[in-house]
Design a protein around this ligand. Structure first.
Ligand SMILES: NC(=O)c1ccc[n+]([C@@H]2O[C@H](COP(=O)([O-])OP(=O)(O)OC[C@H]3O[C@@H](n4cnc5c(N)ncnc54)[C@H](OP(=O)(O)O)[C@@H]3O)[C@@H](O)[C@H]2O)c1
Length: 284
């Protein structure tokens, strides 16, 4: 599997396995299927309420723990120094592991939900820097951070995030934010690379897929990795799990990349980090 070296020197596979909605026994099974198929990056989150399933899938897979890059995330309601430390320990326990490879702030605090959003992010980050220094986390990063959130974090951070996991698929790929991340040495990781199924049926993608003898899914995932970005498709279907990792025997031309880059908005989740969700509980 091709890997990317992060700004902290750790390596990460370019294709990983998403686990949103992978719960209970089906979830365990799909994680085992993914590992059996060759995935070595698993993306989970406290919010997905499946860290136990991820831990079980890993231990039952027979794959050496050291070979797997395990990601989990700090939920937005647990931002802050003490809160982040407590939430991390809970995640570690649920996963049944003694370290996590990649820990991300799932969503930034924003002005709608925090009177001092900069502080909430900065304090969470300080906790994560300490956990990394203690060896409990290999790499620390963020998710859904826009340039404004990153620039604010840079004011107090000792460590630049290794990763920013953002919505990135044909029809919504945040090119300016991607450029900003690259310029600052932050690797972009693409969530919902298939726009949760909304890319299917697009004529441009179907034509390119036919030309390469590949599926629309493989075209989307290949397009993501040719942007030097990590991709984490989710599937519970064994043949799709396999299909989604078989994207290394063809290449999209520059013209095809541009055609996909230029597709009009399609499949945007509507989740904007500076205003989403509506105010639920304003915190200091
Ligand atoms: N950081 C964040 O805020 C954030 C937000 C969203 C997602 N994520 C992460 O990113 C991962 C991926 O995103 P996602 O789960 O939202 O959506 P996605 O990967 O874009 O799409 C998943 C959907 O596509 C279907 N699918 C997968 N492979 C297919 C194929 N080859 N052909 C046809 N259909 C296919 C799956 O169906 P089946 O399962 O039925 O096969 C599922 O319904 C998540 O699981 C999660 O780990 C992170």
């Amino acid at each position: 599997m091709k890997e990317i070296t992060l700004n902290d020197g750790n390596k990460i596979p370019v294709v990983g396995f998403g686990t949103y909605q992978s719960v209970e026994e089906d979830g365990v099974q799909s994680i085992k299927n993914a590992l059996k198929t060759g995935y070595r990056l698993i993306d989970s989150a406290a919010k997905y309420e499946n860290e136990e399933e991820v831990g079980k899938g890993i231990s039952e897979s027979g794959v050496d723990r050291k070979e797997i890059v395990v990601t989990t995330k700090l939920w937005r309601e647990n931002l802050g120094y003490e809160e982040a430390k407590n939430a991390f320990e809970k995640s570690l326990k649920k996963l049944g592991l003694n370290y996590v490879d990649l820990y991300l702030i799932h969503w930034p605090a924003n002005a709608k939900n925090y009177t001092n959003w900069q502080k909430a992010n900065a304090e969470s980050w300080r906790a994560m820097e300490e956990l990394q220094a203690e060896g409990k986390i290999k790499s620390i990063g963020v998710s859904n951070f826009w340039q404004e959130h990153l620039e604010a974090l840079f004011q107090t951070a000792n460590i630049i995030p290794a990763v920013n996991q953002i919505e990135f698929h044909p029809g919504y790929w945040q090119p300016e934010l991607t450029r900003f991340c690259k310029k600052n040495g932050i690797t972009v990781e693409s969530w919902s690379p298939l726009a949760r199924g909304k890319v299917f049926g697009n004529e441009v993608l179907e034509t390119i897929a036919k030309q390469h003898g590949k599926s629309v899914s493989q075209i989307c995932l290949r397009w993501v990795i040719q942007h030097e970005t990590i991709v984490i498709p989710k599937s519970s279907t064994p043949h799709r799990i396999e299909e989604n990792i078989n994207i290394f025997d063809f290449e999209l031309s520059e013209a095809e990349m541009k055609q996909i880059n230029d597709l009009p908005e399609m499949g945007f989740s509507g989740e904007l980090p500076n205003i989403w969700p509506d105010v639920i509980n304003v915190k200091n």
